[in-house]
Design a protein around this ligand. Structure first.
Ligand SMILES: [Zn+2]
Length: 281
């Protein structure tokens, strides 16, 4: 069992490059135990996903950094539970922020302004270790996973979570992109997945294959629900296609359902007409 201790750095994984998780003080239905921030390196440090604005958490980061140099603050994406803490941490340490600008969508942190334009495949070299940026759109369009090359450890942000599945919010969130971004990771040799929420995962390819299978299973349940219901609204469809989901999660299920329907529409398999979805086949 992974033990979560709020704001105390906890070493994760059997790695030579030190990687510490610092759990955010923001537990909740959407954040699980809280947002995971990760501090890595021996002397030249990087901190990934500082989380929401939280002066106490900032002090905790500064204490963990001590007299060493924080060189980069890495952002997986710009949701409010991941990126707003970057600006005060950058100001306090002089570190450069890394990530992609916020898209024009709800829940995005527009305060995030990277100094450079970062791209898929860029590598940050800290001497002791390297970090490769892997653009993984799907949860949101500006999502990046960071590969700690020397350890084959992938920081997955909200692309792969432990203990829950990520919400795909159209139109910026995109189910086709999400599945393609998961398939992209299947080509990589990975030893660990370090998620934005939940504990370290040590069977990366099993987790990724399960996630793809889970989404495709849901998609086929949606298709069979559409076959039995005929033209139907999101409200009707969600009760049938997500009949295994607790009622308080139905509003979120509707969003993910919409993401599946948009994917089916893009593939020419479904049509939206006057708020009613129907199958083309
Ligand atoms: Zn997110």
């Amino acid at each position: 069992m992974t033990e979560f201790v709020v704001s105390e750095p906890v070493a994760v994984g059997d790695t030579e490059v030190p990687v510490f998780r610092i759990l955010g003080r923001n537990p909740g239905p959407m954040t699980g135990p809280g947002t995971n921030s990760y501090l890595m390196g021996t002397e030249r440090l990087c901190l990934l996903d500082p989380g929401p604005l939280d002066p106490e958490q900032l002090q905790c980061f500064l204490h963990a950094i001590g007299g060493r140099k924080l060189e980069y603050i890495l952002l997986t994406h710009t949701h409010g539970d991941h990126s707003p803490g970057a600006a005060p941490l950058a100001e306090a340490t002089g570190a450069e922020v890394v990530g992609l600008p916020a898209p024009d969508a709800i829940g995005q942190d527009r305060s995030f302004k990277p100094a450079r334009i970062w791209q898929n495949g860029d590598v940050i070299d800290l001497g002791e270790y390297r970090l490769e940026l892997i653009h993984t759109p799907g949860h949101v369009s500006n999502h990046i996973c960071y590969l700690l090359v020397e350890e084959s450890l992938l920081f997955t942000g909200d692309h792969v979570l432990q203990g829950t599945t990520s919400v795909i919010l159209p139109p910026d969130g995109n189910m086709s992109d999400y599945l393609n971004s998961l398939r992209l990771l299947q080509e990589r040799e990975l030893r660990y997945l370090a998620p934005g929420h939940g504990g370290l995962m040590s069977q990366p390819q099993t987790e990724i294959a399960n996630l793809i299978a889970h989404r495709l299973k849901r998609e086929s349940k949606i298709v069979s629900s559409m076959q039995s219901l005929g033209a139907s609204s999101i409200d009707e469809l969600v009760l049938e296609a997500y009949d295994d989901v607790a009622s308080h999660l139905i509003p979120w299920a509707k969003k993910t359902l919409t993401a599946h329907l948009v994917k089916l529409q893009t593939e020419g398999r479904a049509t939206l007409d006057d708020s009613l979805w129907s199958l083309n086949e």
